[in-house]
Design a protein. Sequence first.
Length: 263
Amino acid sequence: MRQRLSSVIFIALIVFLAISGAQGAETPVVSLADPAGDDYGPGTYVYPTNSVFSPGAFDIVKFEVYKEADEARFEITLAESIANPWGGPNGISVQMFQIYVDSERSSGFAECIPGANVAFADDSRWDKAIICEGGWGTEVEDIMAGLVDDDMRSCIHVAKKASVTGRTIRIWVPVSWLGTPSPGWGYQVLLMGQEGSKDVMDGIKVRRVLRERTEWQFGGSDESGYHPNVLDMLTEPEADQKAILGSYSKEKDTFAIVSHVYL
């Protein structure tokens, strides 16, 4: 009896190690590194003074996409551990992530989700986008209903399934809506501050970047109304984020023009 029990335990251990090894060897469909230390938007942005905005908390260093059974999992790793000072159900309450996907290369939207204050190049329009913020109730959907038309709204997924471990947030999206991540798709991640007050938010729960930083607002913009509220984004290896996010013009009535990173 004792020998049989030992055999069962041994077999169970082998199965556990095999499963753990398979999970550890999981291969991403997409893996992109982003430079550390570029969480300054067009080069001039600085964090609010309150301690919840810890240095590196808006600095993307890695972006990965995984294919699961019926979901795509997006993983975004920051330079600093992700805190959740106000207890957002999605594991965050300070950051606002907007993930954009171009799977068609032939159609889509140039206009971004309200609040980012950037636009996509005509040859790099998006066809699906994911919003991930704290995840309280239907706050995002309620605000979006008054700012976004039905056509664009059908192409935006508001994340309700997300979790945080250390410096990484994981966001799950149904492939029935997104499609199966495939070679040639383009991706962009815009990282901004999340704002809970409707009186001061820009667009859909985006924290504004002011000229002078305060305890709760980022600083370093010209407050032109055309300046991006983006602290960090994905860039090609040789691209200059400062130039990209600084390409807006109040005189020409244009936002900064961004593109996807294609693989």
